[in-house]
Design a protein around this ligand. Structure first.
Ligand code: NDP
Ligand code: MG
Length: 383
């Protein structure tokens, strides 16, 4: 029997690549439910190709268009309630969380409470509420399978080993669009400069996060929750070729790495097929053409946001949720060309300074600090 999938964010970069994986393995996967925002043309193509039973879109008018086009055969839901319906759809066994930002938190929690396995792309969810999400998943017996390439690499390296044998995780980072740029060049960088990622083609928000190294900071916090390790045992290495997706050093000093072409379909497929591996037709890794793999230490002077993320992670409580929400608001301002590139770090530092972390925040606490941090970031964006 094919595994039934629900996808939150089906029209985005991860969502469409998840559907590529499903299309490549029609005997393994069936698309049961899809949720997207407002990209109706792509949603229509997806409905025609994969024939889900349930879909959700952001507004009632988009939903009305879908109902008119597909008649009574398709259940169409709207907005937050629609995301919830897709996340908890009774037929679905695994939910791929590929919406951007902390808006993924409530539907992910709902999916876990409904006993679904989670193929987790939406890292902001674990950053904002890692303690709640991991506790709930343990209580409901729901597995959180990482889609993020670094975490998939670590997950593969530690498979079958004892957690006490892990000495540290080495998270690799491409270095993003400004890997070799000076502070002066970053200060003058445009939206287009920051969106020009050297190795990966991704959604706009994560591409800006890669340029600031916030993406790596979010991933450090994501790794802390996924693998239950203290921050002292999570290290970041700049690896410009993006071939080693991450490594694990064990206490006997043996190091395992996972390698592959920079193609998100590989970790997406592993999350969906785990613990099995499926045949793929995508190109093999050609190490001879890669030639050299290099590594260097991240430069926290040029990229202070990575340091801020470690600080927020170690502070714990509500601080990571505040950092994440302020970042979402600041990146949005940058993408709308309201602030400069280095204003992002200025805003994050100031918002974190203004916040006193709440220990063991509830979901309501997280929603409140999230809203406060976004407003504070927008205010700081004007000054
Ligand atoms: P995209 O911006 O490409 O896609 C975002 C998706 O979310 C789209 O389908 C969009 O729909 C949907 N969406 C937006 N607003 C709403 C809403 N209100 N209700 C429902 N759906 C909505 O993002 P990515 O695919 O790049 O990233 C998704 C997540 O995966 C992020 O958390 C990112 O950090 C993570 N990730 C991404 C990687 C990548 O390679 N892209 C790698 C590792 C992690 P629409 O377009 O129809 O409005
Ligand atoms: Mg990643």
């Amino acid at each position: 029997m094919p595994k039934k999938l629900a996808i939150l964010g089906s029209t985005g970069s991860i969502g469409t690549q998840t559907l590529d994986v499903a299309a490549a393995h029609p005997d393994e996967f069936e698309v049961a439910a899809l949720a997207a925002g407002s990209n109706l043309p792509v949603m229509i193509q997806q409905i025609e190709k994969f024939r889900p039973a349930l879909v959700s879109v952001a507004t009632p008018s988009l939903a009305a268009e879908l109902k008119e086009r597909f008649g009574g055969t398709l259940q169409v839901e709207v907005g937050e309630a629609g995301l919830h319906a897709v996340a908890t759809y009774s037929e679905a066994e695994i939910v791929v969380t590929a919406v951007v930002g902390a808006m993924g938190l409530r539907p992910t929690i709902a999916a876990i409470e409904a006993g679904k396995d989670i193929a987790l792309a939406n890292k902001e969810t674990l950053v904002a509420a890692g303690h709640l999400v991991t506790d709930l998943a343990a209580r409901h017996g729901s597995r959180i399978l990482p889609v993020d390439s670094e975490h998939s690499a670590i997950f593969q390296c530690i498979h079958g080993t004892n957690q006490k044998d892990v000495a540290k995780i080495l998270l690799t980072a491409s270095g993003g669009a400004f890997r070799d740029k000076s502070r002066k060049e970053m200060a003058a960088a445009s939206r287009a400069d920051a969106l020009a990622h050297p190795n990966w083609s991704m959604g706009a928000k994560i591409t800006i996060d890669s340029a600031t190294l916030m993406n790596k900071g979010l991933e450090v916090i994501e790794a802390h929750w996924l693998f239950g390790l203290p921050y002292e045992q999570i290290e970041v290495l700049i690896h410009p070729q993006s071939i080693i997706h991450s490594m694990v050093e064990f206490r006997d000093r043996s190091v395992l790495a996972q390698l592959g072409t920079p193609d998100m379909r590989i970790p997406i497929q592993y999350a969906l097929s785990y613990p099995n591996r499926l045949e793929s037709s995508w190109p093999s890794l050609d190490l001879l053409s890669v030639g050299t793999l290099t590594f260097r230490k991240p430069d926290l002077v040029r990229f202070p946001i990575l340091g801020l993320a470690y600080e927020a992670g170690k502070a714990g409580g509500s601080m990571p949720a505040v950092l994440n929400a302020a970042n979402e608001a600041a990146v949005d301002l940058f993408l709308r060309e309201k602030i400069g590139f280095l204003d992002i770090e200025r805003i994050l530092m100031q918002v974190m300074e203004q916040h006193t972390s709440i220990h063991h925040p509830t979901l309501d606490d997280i929603a409140a600090v999230d809203q406060w941090a976004r407003e504070a970031a927008r205010r700081l964006g004007k000054s």
